[in-house]
Unconditional design. Structure first.
Length: 87
């Protein structure tokens, strides 16, 4: 798994080459994940830490995250910016 992205009652699971759909809310999924291995970077996005290639901060404290094995660039919200201080 590279990252998870919530969409209402469903959560998309992104692997290096595919996307899968879970019928599980993000809150329930987050409770099952190791917080050292998976960071919530937005209310609708959880990313696997070792898949973060880099994270660039903007002037509002939000980060744009580039992944190792996926082309998407993920945006964090400022509320979750503290996660990147651990990098």
């Amino acid at each position: 798994m590279v990252f998870f992205q919530a969409q209402q009652k469903y959560t998309s699971v992104f692997t290096p080459d595919r996307e899968h759909l879970l019928r599980m809310p993000m809150k329930q999924l987050a409770a099952r994940l190791d917080p050292d291995a998976f960071w919530r970077i937005h209310r609708s996005v959880i990313v696997r830490v070792d898949q973060i290639l880099n994270a660039k901060r903007d002037f509002r404290g939000r980060y744009t995250v580039t992944l190792r094995q996926r082309p998407e660039r993920l945006r964090s919200s400022a509320a979750y910016g503290y996660q990147f201080k651990r990098m």
